[in-house]
Design a protein around this ligand. Structure first.
Ligand code: 13P
Length: 244
């Protein structure tokens, strides 16, 4: 269960979040948990989460290690700051910051090389879905990004299916719609990396996941967890997702 805070919260707010969250998930050993705050909150999150099962992750990284790239943060920097994972290729990065399947692949490799787990995002736009192109889009994103990993690299990633029309809109995909897409993605994995890899890879659903709809989603056989925006900003709500 992963929270993507996007561009919300200060270090002080981060500290307060963890103070409330940790007792609520102290017994929650059934799920891996991660919070991905803005870069400037990572130090506060790492300090606050120390000794707990809640991992801290970045929301993006540059694929080069260091250099004259103003405003960028590299994967080794995230690792050194105490992160254990990083979100790669979120639709907001693709939409507003020009990320492509090619940069997703570079960033995923950079993250893995630095010892970070990569949470690699795919998902279609509303127009794609309405045009009946959901599977084509997922296939293109998979082929252009994830399929370029070696089997060893692939074994270390988590995939997040985030239909863009469901993100921040309150329009959650029905469990059946999400399950269909997850099945397509698992099929793509099987085709490229084999049945065992397809069986093992964790595929998270993201897009308007809330405490009142998480259970139906998690009951689907191919949905292994969630990548959550809005409902991960509040500690009680995030704990309810973890403990659904
Ligand atoms: P919401 O849960 O706010 O729809 O955001 C989903 C998301 O983009 C998580 O990465």
């Amino acid at each position: 269960m992963a929270g993507n805070w996007k561009m919300y919260k200060t270090p002080a707010e981060t500290k307060a979040f963890f103070e409330t969250l940790l007792p609520l998930v102290a017994q929650s050993t059934h799920a891996d948990m991660a919070i991905c705050p803005p870069f400037v909150d990572i130090a506060a999150a790492v300090e606050a989460a120390a000794g707990s099962r809640v991992a801290v992750g970045g929301q993006n990284c540059e694929y080069r290690k260091e250099g004259a790239y103003t405003g960028e943060i590299s994967a080794p920097m995230l690792k050194a700051a105490g992160c254990s994972c990083v979100i790669i290729g979120h639709s907001e990065r693709r939409q507003y910051y020009g990320e492509t399947d090619a940069t997703v692949l570079l960033k995923t490799k950079a993250a893995l090389e630095s010892g970070l787990q990569a949470i690699v995002c795919v998902g279609e736009l509303l127009a794609d879905r309405e045009a009946g192109k959901t599977n084509d889009v997922l296939t293109t994103q998979f082929d252009g990004g994830i399929a370029g990993l070696t089997p060893e690299e692939f074994a270390k990633i988590v995939i997040a299916y985030e239909p863009v029309w469901a993100i921040g809109t309150g329009k959650v995909a029905t469990p059946e719609i999400a399950e269909d897409a997850h099945k397509v993605i698992r099929g793509l994995v099987a085709g490229k990396f084999g049945a065992d890899a397809a069986d093992k890879v964790r595929i998270l659903y993201g897009g308007s996941v809330k405490p009142n709809n998480v259970k139906g989603l998690m009951e689907q056989p191919d949905i292994d967890g969630a990548l959550v925006g809005g409902a991960a900003l509040e500690a009680v709500s995030f704990s309810q997702l973890v403990n659904f």
